[in-house]
Ligand binder design. Structure first.
Ligand SMILES: [Zn+2]
Length: 355
């Protein structure tokens, strides 16, 4: 554990649910942990005991990617952890493949509706159909405009064409829309939706302060993670966007929540210390922004120049693509704030300098 992680409290210590098993966190609330085929090697999912229209069953929060291993883990959960009761509803915090991949499979199998924000449902529908949303030539052109010359990285980005549809092959045709501030009953408890921006189009976290719980609970999705900072990337579809500012503004919405709240993140372990973690994340981005400003003051920099400034460790091609997305997000925040100006050089590469 690093010193930042040590500032948080982990009520379950090193205990993790075994693959295909549930770990009970409170009556009617259980933690599932499924393996992912990425560097980020797992995702947490949550099972909530529920009743809809007189039927007993479960609400499932997030689903894992669609691959044989994830389906097998779900089969085990369905057989052993759900007391023979059906899934009544699938709720996705956001559209990313590790969260939404198996929604179609669970929804079809149990005739259960998918609950998700409109922003993420519609973007996911497009991503499934239009295979080059997260890769292909548009992303290569975008990366090139931000100074990426490494052919391995560009090939990797080109090859990501179709990756979303590979991990999320289908989506339900219909959905139930989640909105900021909306309250929903799951089991006997009321949960409130808190929307967040910058990581996905319209991420939804869920907050519950039911007096029957030992402490209030926040299902934070990817908005607040205990160990890694949430990936904030600029995308080719919105090249002038300001996702980092949106993310930092969204974090503010979690500050009024109580200090003793139990945070259930999509990656890492459940923790207490929401306000400390939000402070850490703000500090992290403030420090990165300072480094970016300093570097641009030395000479005009493109986003590719900024990658080694922000990321000191060695990155493979896949990680470099993510790192470039983050670098662009930091540059765009400073550009939107008026601290940096930008100009295309003779090769058409955008370079940023103090305004
Ligand atoms: Zn995500």
């Amino acid at each position: 554990m690093n010193t930042l992680e040590e500032a948080l409290h982990y009520p379950w210590g090193a205990e993790l649910p075994a693959a295909g098993s549930a770990l009970s966190l409170a009556p009617g609330l259980a933690w599932l942990r499924m393996e992912l085929p990425f560097a980020l090697n797992h995702i947490n999912l949550w099972l909530l005991r529920d009743e809809i229209d007189g039927r007993q069953g479960w609400s499932v929060i997030d689903t894992c990617v669609d691959n044989p291993q994830a389906r097998a883990q779900w089969e085990q959960v369905i057989a052993q952890e759900m007391q023979g009761l059906p899934v009544l509803r699938v709720l996705a915090t956001h559209m990313h493949p590790d969260h939404l991949g198996l929604a179609h499979w669970l929804c079809e199998r149990f005739s259960a509706p998918l609950w998700i924000s409109a922003g993420d449902f519609l973007t996911a529908r497009l991503a499934v159909l239009q295979h080059d949303s997260y890769g292909g030539q548009p992303m290569v052109d975008f990366f090139t405009r931000h100074g990426m010359k490494n052919s391995q990285v560009l090939e990797n980005v080109f090859g990501r064409k179709g990756q979303y549809a590979h991990l999320v092959p289908k989506l339900p045709d219909q959905y139930r829309r989640l909105l900021d501030g909306q309250e929903l009953s799951m089991g006997a408890r009321r949960w409130r939706c808190i929307s967040g921006f910058g990581h996905s189009p319209e991420h939804v976290a869920l907050y519950c302060d039911d007096p029957g719980l030992a402490q209030p609970v926040l299902i934070s999705g990817d908005m607040v993670l205990p160990r890694i900072s949430t990936n904030i990337s600029l995308l080719a579809t919105e090249p002038e966007g300001n996702p980092l500012q949106l993310f930092l503004d969204s974090l503010e919405k979690f500050l009024p929540l109580p200090e003793n709240i139990l945070v259930l993140p999509s990656h890492g372990r459940p923790f207490v210390g929401l306000h400390e973690r939000i402070k850490q994340l703000r500090d992290h981005h403030r420090d990165r922004l300072e480094e970016v400003m300093q570097s641009c003051a030395e000479q005009p920099r493109c986003a590719a120049d900024i990658v080694p400034v922000m990321f000191k460790r060695t990155l493979d091609a896949h990680q470099t693509a993510f790192a470039l997305g983050e670098s662009m997000a930091h540059l765009n925040l400073l550009w939107h704030a008026g601290a940096l100006r930008r100009q295309a050089d003779a090769h058409g590469v955008l370079r940023f300098a103090p305004a």
